[in-house]
Each structure stands twice: as C-alpha cells, then as structure tokens.
Design a binder for this molecule. Structure first.
Ligand code: AHR
Length: 312
C-alpha cells in the first residue's frame, strides 16, 4: 500500500521546474511625437506576446535620465536591454557596464556613435539616409522640367547630434545636388517638436524670410504640423512644395487634402524585429549587426486611396 502511494505522488509531481520568465529592460528616449508613441507601443505589444517580464522606462528626452534607467536595469540584473538612444554620443561607458555585467543590448531607432561595436548585439531601425535620399529625389523630380533660375530650400531640422537629423540631411543633399539650381538657403532647428516647428516658421514669416523659399523640407511630421499652423495663422498663400518625414496618419490626411506634396515613410513598427531578435538570441541563432526595416514614400503622384491605414 505504502509503495503504491509513493509511486502515485511521484507521478503527479512536476518533472522539471518551470523556467523563470526572461526579464527585458526597455528604455525609450521620450514621447515627443505620435511616431515615437507608436514605436513604443509596437515594441510593448510584441513583447507582450511572449512570456517576458518587461521593465519600461521613459527618458523624457533627457540623456542623463536614460543612462540612469539603463543602470537601473543592470542593477536589477535583467536578461536583456532594449534601448532607443536620444542622441548619438555618450553611451560607451554605460554600454560597457552592461557588457561587463553580461547583459546583451539591442539598440533600436537612432544609432549610437561608439568605437567598440561589440558593446551591442544589433541595431534595428530605419535607414535615415535613404529617407533623406527619397525626400531629395522627390524635390529633384518635381522641379526637373520647370523653368526656374534658383530653387531655394528651407530645411527644418530635428534634434541635433542625432543620426536621423544628420543622415536625413546628408541623404537629401546627395540627391538634390544633381540639380545645381537647388540650394538649402535657410536652416532652422526644431528638435522634432511641433511647437518648435511652429515657433520657427512664425519667426521666418514675420522676418519676411519665407518669401524666396520654394521648398520646405521638414525632418518630421510633428514639426511640419507646427509649420502648417504658422502658415495658417498668418494666412500665407504661396506656392510652397512641402516634403515631410514619418507618415503619421494625420499627415497622410494633409497629403490627401493637397496641403503637402510628399511624405517619406519612417517605419516605427520595430516590435516584431525586436521580438524576433530576442528569440534568436536565447536560441543561440545568428543575428546580423544591422537590421533595416522596409520603408517607402507617399506623394501627390501616389494612388492616394491605396495608401494603407497607418497605425500612428
Ligand atoms: O528617430 C526617429 C525620429 O524621431 C522620427 O522621425 C521622429 O518623429 C521622432 O521623434
């Protein structure tokens, strides 16, 4: 009788102990745009499909705060860190701390400027240079057959010392230089923020500097919205070719209304790629050091009704 009892209890006991959930630390840089909010949601949504325990921190566009957030993840001994750098420089020491603690790091969206690439597992993000190329190519094609002596461009730039700002500018220059009539004659910084875009455009209008401008090249939709608000407030009626980057739903609406000319897509949906990379890492599969996400351009020459609904 005793023997049967022992055998039965041993059969009902779990064979193996349940594996502890993988702990993921996710440090986001801020919430400055609808694009950024979608980027965060996309990653959280996909991580939610796995049995991961996710620790999320928002850096509120403050690099020191983000560094502190990463240090907190290291102190918690998380299994992996996902991090969206606010700026390019200044990350090497904290990434080294993560490496010394044996914690792999996935970088998403913007790039970091470091000398030792072994400090991170992979970078998953858009090709910012290609986005600039697409914007410039649209401008080039738009004016190709138009008779005009000079084509003056106003560039509304995003946050300085960040890879999207540098590379979007470089990519744009690369394609507009095919036409010697095209020049960036005015540059203003608006940090990817709508209100700053509006302030900069207000000033330019009030100073009479917009009169000679033919093209507005804006590094993101939020700043473009701000610029449009300023144009409306001053009732400016002029032919201005407007090219913007991101592809938020609210900007596609402006494109459909004929208010702007082209929207270069910046893909915020990094979540699937992040989830896939984490799974590959824990299954000892190879991971490329750079993962680009697919992107396109929507313009007044696109089939506007065929543009897929955006989720941001
Ligand atoms: O780093 C990507 C850029 O940051 C997006 O274009 C912009 O909207 C965001 O704030």
């Amino acid at each position: 009788m005793m023997l049967i009892l022992v055998l039965l209890t041993s059969c009902t006991q779990p064979q193996k102990e349940e594996k502890a959930a993988i702990v993921v630390g996710f440090s986001q840089s801020g919430t400055e745009s609808n694009w950024r909010k979608r980027h965060t949601e996309s990653i959280k949504e996909e991580l939610g499909k796995e049995n991961y325990q996710v620790l999320y921190r928002n850096g509120f566009m403050n690099q020191e705060r983000q560094i502190q957030d990463i240090r907190t993840f290291i102190a918690y001994k998380v299994d992996i860190i996902i991090f969206t750098p606010l700026k390019e420089d200044g990350w090497e020491p904290v990434l080294k701390e993560a490496k010394d603690a044996g914690i792999p790091v996935i970088i998403t969206d913007r790039n970091v400027n470091i000398t030792d690439n072994s400090l991170f597992l992979t970078h998953i993000g858009p090709s910012f240079k290609a986005e600039g190329n697409r914007a410039g190519l649209y401008a080039y094609n738009y004016f190709k057959d138009k008779e005009k002596e000079h084509i003056n461009i106003l560039e509304l730039k995003g946050l300085s010392s960040t890879s999207p700002t540098t590379l979007r500018h470089d990519g744009f220059m690369e394609t507009i230089q095919r036409d010697p009539r095209m020049n960036i004659t005015l540059t203003r910084d608006a940090d990817y923020i709508r209100l700053k875009g509006k302030e900069q455009m207000n000033k330019l209008i009030e100073e009479g500097l917009l009169e000679d401008i033919d093209i507005l090249f804006s590094h993101n939709d939020e700043m473009t919205h701000g610029a449009l608000d300023a144009l409306d407030a001053h009732k400016v009626k002029k032919d201005l070719v407007i090219i913007t980057i991101d592809g938020q739903e609210d900007m596609i609406t402006q494109l459909k209304k004929g208010r702007i000319n082209a929207v270069v897509e910046c893909n915020p949906n990094a979540g699937w790629y992040v989830r896939n990379t984490i799974s590959r890492y824990f299954n000892n599969q190879s991971i490329p050091q750079e993962i680009y996400m697919p992107e396109t351009i929507f313009s007044d020459q696109s089939q506007l009704d065929a543009i897929p609904t955006r989720n941001y």
